[in-house]
Design a protein around this ligand. Structure first.
Ligand code: URA
Length: 190
């Protein structure tokens, strides 16, 4: 089957991400980590940055946070293969330190192109950096979960980062609740 226009656009973004040198993080990466998921995804998840496992494999959320993400998706009745997954940064910060403002702005155009290409029904901000990247705001996730937010008219559902569950197991219930809410939004007629 020939690729659709959107699929071709996603491949082009991925190859540009793999070659990107727009911020100094490229110097230390093993692999850049393009977004992953189908061109017709209705749900679009935005994490923080690749960790060690993602840097090694060149794929998003394949380490310990990825296991929690998979668990939450499954509990919310979602198939990972049907959603789009990326992060605010597509290269690993050294020792997993927090993203810097300059790195976030350098990496932003890739994310914007992904969103424009896929045109999802809902964006899910995972953790404070996913949230800050999409809204420009610094805030506590616990206070943002029930707020009405949007980017270019697309609703944003804010929830905890899956890695937070590694420190507080109870948060998985809240993430699953938020994923279900995002799922309902994605199912509403456009
Ligand atoms: N955490 C993130 O925020 N993104 C990844 O890709 C992996 C872990």
């Amino acid at each position: 089957m020939p690729l659709t226009k959107k699929e071709r656009a996603l491949r082009k973004i991925a190859s540009e991400v793999r070659r990107c040198k727009k911020c100094p993080l490229y110097k230390e990466r093993t692999n850049a980590v393009p977004g992953e998921g189908p061109a017709n995804a209705r749900m679009f998840f935005v994490g923080e940055a690749p960790g060690k496992a993602e840097d090694e494999k060149g794929k998003p959320f394949v380490g310990s946070a990825g296991k929690i993400l998979d668990e939450a998706l499954e509990k919310a009745g979602l198939q990972r293969s049907k959603v789009f997954i990326t992060s605010i940064l597509r290269c690993r910060p050294p020792n997993n330190r927090n993203p810097k403002a300059g790195e976030m702005s350098a990496c932003w155009p890739h994310l914007e192109r992904y969103v424009d290409t896929i045109s999802p029904r809902v964006l899910v901000a995972l953790g404070r950096y996913g949230f800050k990247g999409l809204t420009g705001k610094t805030a506590r996730i616990g206070e943002m979960r029930n707020k009405k937010l949007e980017y270019k008219g697309i609703p944003i559902v804010a929830t905890y980062h899956p890695a937070a569950v590694l420190y507080n197991r109870k948060l998985i219930k809240k993430i699953v609740y938020d994923f279900r809410k995002a799922r309902r939004l994605s199912e509403q007629s456009a």
